[in-house]
Design a protein around this ligand. Structure first.
Ligand code: ZN
Ligand code: ZN
Length: 295
């Protein structure tokens, strides 16, 4: 097996695409996207750096899309600095017909809703109909239900639509940077594939048991774990040396239908030989790759 196989994206249309795949100190910020239905565009995180690519994607599907959703893992710049430019672009491209719905943990959704409210944006809220006219709408999901944050006030989102066939409302809280609370991952369900997405994290603790439990109940699904890693040791991130054994054990435990995509990585040259070794009895782990999108 050549190194091309390690780097190549697996053939499955239900997998995520990437605008960028590397760390925040590079020019390839780790943001993903997918189309759960032909009329819906979903982004996972949005850096300012990736706005040109996002614009190309949105413009190319302008006549097909009627919903844009952004799942936000946390508020570091390589994940969240593009939220407002994205909202402004959507507002102009679709002439106010569709909003940007942002879904995250309560801490992130609330902080972002207060910090990113658009100056001069049309902001109205009808308490009878719960109809909102702002450009950006922030949802968070907790054990107690879903909430929509509007001008700093929590509005119960029970009557608002926040669940989709590909997202049943599972936010996966995790630990990343102690100075910035609310980091989270997500689970997305497609027809034949379920995706767990870690976001930036310094622990596998919230993910491994969930993945095992899910695999026990959904026997017919392929399960893909998109997880961040880096070569050097870090308090805020997962060190490759420390997680490769745990990922291998998960793979042994679950079997062939478990796949791993490493993202937000540095020094791929050091990781690739390990991937060749891990894949020698069958391909199951690979590096995320950026899509080529002309801007
Ligand atoms: Zn990051
Ligand atoms: Zn981060």
């Amino acid at each position: 097996m050549g190194s091309e196989k390690v780097l190549s994206k697996s053939q499955n249309h239900e997998l995520l695409h990437f605008l960028g795949v590397r760390t925040g100190s590079t020019t390839s910020h780790n943001n993903a996207y997918f189309f759960p239905t032909p009329d819906t565009m979903v982004f996972v995180d949005m850096s300012l750096l990736n706005i040109p690519k996002a614009k190309t994607l949105l413009k190319g599907r302008k006549d097909k899309i009627n919903r844009v959703i952004l799942y936000l893992t946390h508020l570091h710049a390589d994940h969240a600095s593009g939220v407002v430019p994205l909202a402004i672009y959507i507002k102009n491209l679709f002439k106010n017909k569709i909003l940007l719905e942002v879904i995250s943990s309560p801490e992130v959704a609330r902080a972002a809703s207060i910090a990113l409210t658009l100056e001069g944006g049309k902001m109205t809220f009808d308490s009878e109909t719960k109809k909102m006219d702002e450009v950006l709408r922030f949802y968070s999901i907790t054990d107690k239900g879903a909430f929509c944050y509007f001008e700093g006030v929590d509005v119960e989102a029970e009557s608002l639509r926040f669940k989709y066939p590909w997202f049943h409302g599972e936010i996966i809280p995790t630990r990343h940077d102690a100075r910035l609370t609310g980091a989270c991952g997500f689970r997305f369900d497609f027809w034949k594939t379920t995706v767990f997405y870690s976001g930036d994290t310094n622990t596998l603790e919230p993910f491994s048991p969930r993945i095992q439990e899910y695999c026990d109940t959904a026997m017919n699904k392929e399960v893909w774990f998109y997880v961040e890693t880096r070569v050097n040791d870090s308090k805020r991130h997962l060190q490759w040396e420390k997680i490769r054994l745990e990922l291998s054990l998960l793979h042994q435990f679950i079997g062939k239908r478990f796949h791993v995509v490493l993202m937000h990585y540095n020094q791929p040259g050091i990781i690739i030989p390990d991937l060749l070794e891990l894949n020698k009895d069958g391909h199951w782990i690979e590096l995320a790759e950026s899509e080529v999108i002309s801007t």
